[in-house]
Write a protein that binds this ligand. Sequence first.
Ligand code: MV4
Length: 504
Amino acid sequence: MFNKILIANRGEIAVRIIRACRELDIPAVALYSDADRHSLHVRYADEAYYLGPSKASESYLRGDKIIQLAKNCGADAIHPGYGFLAERADFSQACQDHGITFIGPKPSSIAAMGDKQAARATVTAAGVPIVPGTDGQGNLTDKQLVELAPEIGFPLLIKPSAGGGGKGMREVQYLEEMPGLLEAARREAESSFGDGNIYLEKLIQGARHIEIQILADQRGNVIHLGERECSIQRRHQKLLEEAPSPFIGSDQELRERMGAVAVQAARSVDYINAGTIEFLVDEDKNYYFLEMNTRLQVEHPVTEAVTGIDIVKEQIRIAAGQPLLVKQEDISLTGWAMECRINAEDPYRGFLPSTGIITQSLLPAGPGVRVDAGVYSGYEISPYYDALIAKLIVHESTREKTIARMKRALEEYRIIGIRTNIPFHQNLLQDPDFIAGNFNTLFVQDVLPPLSASHQDKTLAEIAALAATLAAHEQSERAALEIQRSKRDLSNWKWVSRWEQTRE
Ligand code: MV4
């Protein structure tokens, strides 16, 4: 096992990884930028080192500095979390070159899945279904792409080879708009990824976004941990995830088929560690490989809840060369889990990022509630990183009860000082289509009635009424206290000492 693990990340995921290290009795090292000096991950770690200025490009993306810090403090492994360096084959390689274990897949697996055209070819050879598109033809010119477009059919999608997560995609309705959109897509791909290669895929409209979690050890054991439903998203940012998927539901045959296909996709690139295979699933339950995320994902806790497996601890064990302790037949899904991403953004103002000091943060708790947070009362949200401040995960026996539990937990959650998207989640959880499990990737954008300012006005009016009631109540309580006190058959000093005892 490792002597010391350095966490090349920040926020809630850094805290999550430190917790796993602690339970495995491995010292954890945090890194921080200027903006993160007072962050929770710095407080929780056994050691913490300064990395650089707040901008990610000068801190959390500085692989060279991070490896140097790991060597200086005697860390023999690095956990990259998600984002930042997590899917950089060159960073995984640099760790290896310096004798440090990268807690994640080999550089070759990251690279094989990082190029989306190459990934499509590789998984196809392993029998994994993909969306029809331009394939096996290498990188094509705009002219060639325009010629191939009618074969694929419209509408279609232009996708960047080096992309992922929906960034830089262009929807094409007609042949006539192809040249302009190809040029724009190529330019964006070049500036975003330093790789202007693009390809075409038939557009699958109104499908669901369902992903399969896999685990693979260094001895050739690959298992899947079932699916996560990730269709509730806005502009490619997931907002709520659940496991299992209400669309797959009790169709155990479909779950097992998709799981087996995901395992095949992972095997096709000699995958080791935790990873996720993303699928589009259409109305007729046809599923198509989209891409593989070669990292730990934000939404991993819903899978942990229904499988009972600690994915981060498994990642560390796998990287240390230990075999998976569970076999596929040992995996079963228990109950239902849901995660709400709590973002520092204002759902009443187009999800505008909200910064400032969290003056008060009261976390929900109680049965079946987990909060993975990167913030605390008094913490200042800076504009430098993404808006995710916490994840609220609940677990119950059925989807209906899970929704009730999530509503209860969202009501308990109090974050004062900044705006959060909690009202968005409350609006979502009372929507009849959401409750019925009747939604796809277009739901938030096209179907869910948006939160209007009048919702907020109602909330404000309610708050005013509550404040007035509370003020009146306190006044009458104070009056009651006065009366009670004078009636007490106790000397004042006795009363005071009792009062003090109750306050200890
Ligand atoms: C698609 C698609 C439909 N057809 N590809 C988005 C994230 C990235 N992994 C790939 N994504 C998609 N690829 C084809 N051929 C739909 C998505 C998609 C999506 C598209 C528009 C709006 C929201 C979406 C949410 C999830 C997936």
